[in-house]
Every structure is written in C-alpha cells, then in structure tokens.
Design a binder for this molecule. Sequence first.
Ligand code: MLC
Ligand code: AMP
Length: 468
Amino acid sequence: MLLSSLNPLAVARGDDMPDAVRVGDATLSRTDILGAAGALAKRITGAQRVAVLATPSASTVVAIVGCLLAGVTVVPVPPDSGPDELAHILSDSGAQAWLGQAPEGSDLPVVPVRVHARDWHSHPEPHPSSTAFVLYTSGTTGPPKGVLLSRRAIAAGVDALAEVWGWTSKDILVHGLPLFHVHGLILGVLGPLRIGSRLIHTVKPTPQAYAEAAKAGGSLFFGVPTVWSRVVEDEESARALSSARLLVSGSAALPVPVFERLQELTGIAPVERYGMSESMLTLSTRVDGERRPGWVGTPVRGVETRLRDEQGGDVPHDGESIGGLQVRGPMLFDGYLDRPDATAESWTEDGWFKTGDVAVTDEGGFHRIVGRESTDLIKSGGYRIGAGEVETSLLGYPGVKEAAVVGLPDADLGQRIVAYVVGEGLDEEALIAHVAGQLSVHKRPREVRIVDGLPRNAMGKVQKKLLA
Ligand code: MLC
Ligand code: AMP
C-alpha cells in the first residue's frame, strides 16, 4: 500500500525512474531503492523494532523502505543526538539493532545497509494498522515520548496532501529537512515515494541549494519558516524559485512579512499548513484556494476540528475568539509508546485529540494558530523542544542549582531557547555545549543568562512569564 508507486512489477515493465531520489551527491532509481530495500528486508524480517541514525543519505532512504517492505517498525534517531538523548530513545523504544551506521558507544548489533545490494523477493503487505514508525517528540516535561504512527495513518496523511496541493508524479519535490520528523521524513520522503514524484534532498535547507534545485526542475518546495526567512534574505536565490509550482511552509508560524516578501520575490503566495508529530498534517491552504498570510487554511480530507474554551464549551467561528484546537481524522497517531496515561490525557472523552495549540476559526472554516497553551513547549527553527528536558540537562551540570528555560521571540528561529541559570562558577558557553553534547545540537540554548535567583510565586513555582 505505502509503496504502491515502487511496485516491482512496474519496475520490471521498464517504468523505472532513474533519478527517483537524489540526496546530496547520491542518486537512486526506483530499481535501486526497491532492490536494495528488498535485500535489507530479507535480512530483518521477523524483527520488531530497529533504529536508523537518520542522516540525510541514500542509506537512510534504503533502510526506511527496507523496514516498510519487511513490516518492521523504524525508530528514526536524530544523528546529532548526544548520549543522554540516545540512551533514552534506545531504552524507551526497545530497538533491537541499528540499520546502517551506528553512533559511537552503542552496543546494539548493527545490520549493514548495502545500497548496491539487490533482492526481488516479494514481501506480504503488512496490516494497515501495524506501526510503521516510533517518532520521538518532546513534551513540556520529561524526556521525549514515542509517537506511534501506523501505515494507514501515513497513507491517509499523504493522500490528503496530494489532493490539497495537486501533488502528482509530475512534481519534483525539493527540501533539505531532517529525516527524523514528520515534515522531512514522512511527508518529505514517503510522500514522493507513494505519489511517485521525484525527490531532491539538498542535505541542508539553504537558499542557494533550493535555488540550484529550482534550476534542476524542482516544482514543489518544503521549508520551515526559518528556511523561508533565510530565502527572502537572499534575493537572487529567492527569485530562482519563481519557476516553482508551489512553496509550502509549516512546522511553525510563518511570519506575515516573510509570506509577503516571498510572494513579492517569487510571484508565488506560499501555502501554509499545520501539523504535529501526533497528527501529521491536518490543516492546509489549497493549491486552488485562498492563501491568506498568517492563516493555515481548512481541514484536509477526513479531518474535523473544533475549538474549546477553558470550560469545554464551543467557541464561535468569528475569526477572533480563541480556543484550544482539537482534531480527529484518519492520519492521527495510535498513542505514545508505553505511556497509557499521557495517551489518555491527550484525548477527550468523546474522542478528539487535544493538540495543545490555541487557534481561531472564521466563518469560512479558515484557521489561524495563535500559539501554544503551554509556554514550556518551544518551537525553534521548526524543532519542538520541551523546556523540561533542557532544564534537566542543565541541572546535571556541576555547579548549577536552578534552571528555567523559555522560548523568546527570534527573527530567524521563531523562538530561541534562553536559559536562566543560578549557580556558582558557571560559564555560559560551557553550559550551551553541555546541552548540545548531551541532548542534541538543536536543543541547545542559544543564550544563557546567569542570574542570582529565579522569580517564584508563593508556592515556589518559577514564574516563567516574568522571564519571558
Ligand atoms: C553550533 N553548532 C554546534 C554548536 N553550536 N555544534 C555543537 N555544539 C554547539 N554548541 C553547529 C551545528 O553543529 C551546525 O553545524 C551549525 O552550528 C548550525 O547549527 P544550528 O545553528 O542548529 O542550525 P541552524 O542553522 O540554526 O538550523 C536552522 C534549520 C534547522 C532551519 C536548518 O533548525 C532545521 O533543520 N529545522 C527543521 C526542523 C524540522 O524539520 N521540524 C519539523 C518537525 S515536524 P553544521 O556544520 O552541521 O551546519 C512538525 C510537524 C509539521 O513540526 O507540522 O511539520
Ligand atoms: P512537532 O511535533 O514537532 O510536529 O510540532 C508540532 C507543533 O508545531 C504544533 O503543535 C504547532 O505548535 C506547531 N506548528 C506546526 N505547523 C504550524 C503552523 N503552520 N503554524 C503554527 N504552528 C505550527
């Protein structure tokens, strides 16, 4: 199902696509992907869950397709994970082996991924309800939780987007996003494989790389808002994107001035869409509809939304009243791995997923995301980072007595992580390097402010609003 466009019969009929996937300097045809993934699938059949160090590489693509063929659940691991993050993901997920490259210090067995191997044995299609991925995502407190995404959810999510964006096999998708999240991996790799469009992955999402890919025929471009704000700062690269069909922004709010400048420079009004690791994409503006700066459009096929006030009451669709956004639809997750309490808390009794985002809707059903209910979930460069995990990491550093982490507005990153720290003999840069080294580089504070004390209320709770 998921790999319908990689059907071996189609390859055998000569419908191969020599440049189906380009990642950096590597080019894979459909035959390459299917043959190498088939050879891997044969070796891992019967395994339950495996980890893939999700570097932007041909090996990652083959490893993921191999698991999908074999019906083995994949745990994509951020390649810059430090030892604390890595230890958590491996123990929490129970991954049995690494496919391809393994990080230093891990004693799990390693199954090599051979991009030039070939095997054409056919594998029975796994059940649609089986778990394709465990994606680790941050909460407000504690270490990241594993989001269970089924094959059925992924298929429904991708197909809904094909419809709203008019995404077909004639497209060439371009992006340079990381391959361990919904955006870069599920939409950005499985999307083109399912739809049959080509993919150019630029390794890094730089304006220059996007401009090069546009010259090579790129038609559909994905980026987080930080990518688009960097693109509009580089006018020459931005103008090169005017040959594209669609520019799509998501994972965080696209600032209105960036929307407008992008339209001015490329002649294309960007499509904005909204999603989560737990839900894939649920809202989007359409290729054939209005694209309104600051708004993320209407529900995609199969999705319903509602807004609830603090008492659980309905919120008017007047374009102004705000409420907690709840969603339901076929692309939603199956819960957090081994976290029945957290799973139960995230759903209402009548079966709606509580996104934790605050939104408004207008009479026409257009949605605007106003922000998050909790200030402890930060979005920086499109990455979701929990204040709690960064605070725990800082508190593990010798001399740190107290730590409070907030997201402050940042023109480039949307929010930048700022840590307020109390302690003795501390050095800002050493603290930043500590978090970058233990958790992952993208979770590091961009700024550390050493203070004498943290503002607390009568109950002793840190008042983060005063810090922000
Ligand atoms: C700097 N570096 C350090 C460091 N300080 N390394 C180690 N220790 C330190 N203290 C190095 C990094 O290794 C890196 O090197 C370089 O500095 C830049 O790193 P950065 O500053 O972290 O990158 P930056 O340029 O800020 O990245 C911007 C970005 C990135 C947009 C490219 O944030 C990004 O890829 N975001 C995408 C997030 C995403 O995909 N989210 C989707 C979630 S799914 P070098 O040499 O490696 O460059 C979702 C659902 C939905 O949200 O709706 O889509
Ligand atoms: P993640 O789990 O990393 O996928 O992050 C999901 C969160 O990203 C959502 O809960 C939102 O807070 C945010 N998000 C995603 N897309 C948008 C968007 N278009 N506008 C505003 N916020 C967004």
